[in-house]
Design a protein around this ligand. Structure first.
Ligand SMILES: Cc1cc2nc3c(=O)[nH]c(=O)nc-3n(C[C@H](O)[C@H](O)[C@H](O)COP(=O)(O)OP(=O)(O)OC[C@H]3O[C@@H](n4cnc5c(N)ncnc54)[C@H](O)[C@@H]3O)c2cc1C
Length: 385
């Protein structure tokens, strides 16, 4: 029988970052199991690649304070590119309530040690982006180290570095069962046969719940469809722009190649494994785009290039990290609620710490454990895009 010190189920960006951090910490036998023939077919390959520290809860800010500098030094550290572009995130408030909310978040972010974040006046937003309709904009917040990465490259970089240093990746291999004895995990069953191990990490993205069920663990993670619309080349808005968020309706966009990438989370979307792109979404999003940026009326969109993917949602919009209660050796790295790319570096470090030493200094890990739901300790993140 094959053996591994740690088996990671799922070769997306989260599983790959955990493999990197474990290997970098000296763990010799790390095995990543991915059922697809190639990495990136889950949520990671569908992501918008936004990275930000402008969050509302201290624990999310802390995760970003590790992750964003990590992305900034990724190429140097790993020798592979993550394509970090610090173009910023600009939240545009359209009423006093939004502004008060941004002010409170700003104070938390600064108190946690975030630099390069500031509140910005309506006038400055107008000056920087005269193309935007700003009659209702009352101010905003901007962080210059927020920005974008290429999720696919970062995932491949993490996994390739780990493989260069002894980790293994089995592609086209499905985990079909998880064996537990009285002392905890004993093995996983796969389409390639069983693997004996004491430690298993669930990094199965939107499929985390069925994977947890294999270990007898009930996980509150639900898949939720998100759609993105890339535009054809467009030069009537600056390509140096940050991610811009219209807080009046949640529409946001960023430059991508010669065009723009448009996003809006339809509140009518319902949970489920739906990954087909709904062509009716194009009109909905273009209406919002042209409402905020009138020249976007001239955008051209090829519906065939638009896509849909799955967020992995938890009830409080925070991930679930750490060992599952009552299932020794079964670790969770799930439910990123739209932030799995930006928080992958911190997640890798936290999981590696917890597996190898039982504790971590990066966050108070009890805040994000699964037990918080049963114990009524949920912490709500409201800055979800
Ligand atoms: C449209 C869209 C936009 C997004 N934008 C952003 C953004 O701007 N910033 C951000 O930070 N995040 C964003 N996200 C969220 C982010 O993409 C995810 O949180 C992240 O990719 C999760 O990574 P993962 O590795 O956990 O999951 P995945 O990438 O889904 O990887 C899980 C892997 O597990 C494998 N698997 C599942 N079950 C099994 C099994 N039984 N055996 C073997 N393998 C299995 C799957 O094949 C898959 O490859 C976005 C998501 C979507 C859909």
């Amino acid at each position: 029988m094959q053996t591994a010190e740690v088996v990671i189920i799922g070769g997306g960006i989260v599983g790959s970052s955990i493999a990197y951090h474990l290997t970098a910490a000296g763990c010799k036998e790390v095995l990543v199991i991915e059922r697809e023939t190639a990495q990136g077919k889950g949520s990671t390959g569908k992501s918008m690649g936004g990275v930000r520290a402008q969050f509302a809860t201290p624990v999310n800010i802390q995760m970003s304070l590790y992750s964003i500098p990590f992305y900034a030094s990724f190429d140097e550290r790993l020798g592979y590119p993550a394509d970090y572009r610090p173009q910023g995130y600009l939240f545009c408030a359209t009423n006093e309530k939004h502004l008060a909310y941004l002010r409170t978040n700003y104070q938390k972010q600064v108190a946690m040690g975030l630099k390069n974040v500031w509140l910005i006046g309506a006038e400055e937003i107008r000056d920087r982006f005269p193309q935007m309709r700003s009659d209702d904009i009352v101010g905003g917040s901007f962080c210059s180290t927020d920005g974008f990465v290429d999720p696919y490259s970062a995932m491949i970089g993490f996994m390739t570095w780990a493989a260069d240093h002894g980790a293994k990746l089995w592609k086209h291999t499905e985990v079909t069962g998880i064996q537990r004895g009285v002392d905890g995990i004993t093995a996983v069953e796969t389409s390639r046969g069983p693997v004996s191990t004491r430690n298993v990490v669930n990094a199965a993205g939107p499929w985390a719940k069925p994977v947890a069920e294999m270990a007898g663990v009930d996980l509150p993670v639900e898949p939720l469809r998100r759609m993105l619309v890339p535009t054809e080349p467009f030069d009537q808005f600056p390509h140096s722009a940050p991610m811009i968020i219209d807080m009046s309706n949640g529409f946001h966009f960023r430059p991508e190649a010669l065009g723009f990438l448009l996003a809006w989370n339809d509140p009518e979307e319902t949970p489920g494994f739906k990954t087909d792109f709904d062509p009716a979404f194009i009109e909905k999003i273009l209406t919002r785009a042209a409402d905020r940026v009138p020249v976007f009326e001239n955008l051209a969109v090829n519906p065939k290039r638009a896509w849909a993917g799955l967020y992995e949602m938890t009830p409080d919009h925070h991930p679930i990290l750490g060992e599952a209660p009552g299932a020794t050796g079964f670790f969770l790295a799930n439910g990123f609620s739209g932030h799995g790319v930006m928080h992958a570096p911190a997640t890798g470090k936290i999981l590696s710490d917890l597996i190898l030493t039982g504790k971590t200094d990066l966050i108070d890990a009890s805040l994000l454990n699964l037990a918080r739901f049963a114990e009524g300790r949920t912490i709500h993140e409201t800055a979800v895009l």
